[in-house]
Design a binder for this molecule. Sequence first.
Ligand code: H2U
Ligand code: ZN
Length: 357
Amino acid sequence: MDWERFPHRRYNPLTDEWVLVSPQRTRRPWAGQVERPPAVSRLAYDPDCYLCPGNLRAGGLRNPHYEGTFVFTNDFPALEPDTPLRAVEDQPLLRACGERGTCRVLCFSPRHDLTLAEMPAPAIRKVVDAWVEQVLELGQEYRWVQVFENKGEMMGASNPHPHGQIWASAGLPTLPAKEDAAQRAYLEAHGRPLLLDYAELELQRQERLVAWNDDWLVVVPFWAVWPFETILLPRRHVRHLGELGPAERDSLADILKRLLVRYDNLFEAPFPYSMGWHGAPLDDAHPHWQLHAHFYPPLLRSALVRKFMVGYEMLAEPQRDLTPEEAAVRLRELPAQHYRERKSVKGDQNGPTAESD
Ligand code: H2U
Ligand code: ZN
C-alpha cells in the first residue's frame, strides 16, 4: 500500500488505539484561527516572576538564590499526601476513590530568559540529574512519578521561566496503565520489551528518525497523532530514569538539545509542547517496561497555526494529514544550531520571535 497517497489507519501498540492518516489532504486551504506570536522574554531576571531566584511566590514563601536547578512543592497542588484512600463503589455507575500524592515544581535554570533548547548541555545535564533524583525519591513512596514540562502559552504554561513539574500518585493513572498493559502483553508474547524492539526497527528503517546518538534515538512514531510528535527512546533496555549511568545522562542532555533546537528551528520561534517521561513504576521489577519520553507539540503549519483536536477527533478518533515520515524528514533536515544563536552572530535580533507587545 502507498502510505503517501491514501487515507489509512495506523495502530498505536503502546496504548492499543488507532489514528486516521489522510496524506491526500495536506494541500487544502487554510482560513482558520491564527494565534498571536509567542512573546519572547529577554530578561535574565524578572522581579515579577514567581520562579526567579530570591523572589516571593504566591502563598508567601521565598525562593532561595539558587544557581542550578531548584525544586519546591507546588503551592497549589492537585494531589495531597494525606488524602484518605477510601473507595466508593457500592453503585457500579458512580465509582470514585480517594487519591494520594504530591506535586512539585522544578526550575530548570535561574535564568528567566532561557529555555531547555538554549541551555548548554552541562546545564541540561543538571535537569536530567534532578529528574532522576525526583523519580528515585518520590518512587519510594508513590507508585507513579510523572515528570513533565508544559512549554509555551499555547500549552497553558503559566510562566516563561524554564520549569517543569513532577506529580507523584499512589495509583497508576490512565495512560501509564494502558502502556503498562500493552508492554506486559508484548513481553509475554515476544519475549522482548515492546519499545526495545521498536527502537531497533526504527534504527533499521531510518524513515522516521529525527536525531540519534550512541545511547538514544528520537523518532516521529509510526502512530503519531500530533503533527510533529516525537518519542525519545534508549537504545538498550532501561526501565526507568533511575537506571541511567553517568555517560547516559550526558548523552541524554545531548539528544535533548539536538531535538529541542530542531523544534525551535522548525518555525524559527520558541516551540511549544507538553513533554513527559514514562518509566517503570518503582514498586516492582517490571521487566516489560522501557523508559521513554513523549513530546506533544500543538503546532501544525507555522508558529501561529495550531492543530485542534476537535470534531472527528473528539467523537471518533485522532486524525492527521502530514504523514509521520514527512514530519520526520522536515525535523531531521533542520540545522543543528539554534536560530537565535545564528541570528545573534549576524547581529539580527528581530524577526518572528521579537516581543509581540
Ligand atoms: P505550568 O507548568 O503550567 O506553568 O504551572 C506552574 C505551576 O506552578 C502551577 O502548577 C505553580 C502552579 O500551581 N505555582 C506555584 O506553586 N507557586 C506560585 O507562586 C505560582 C504557581
Ligand atoms: Zn523568572
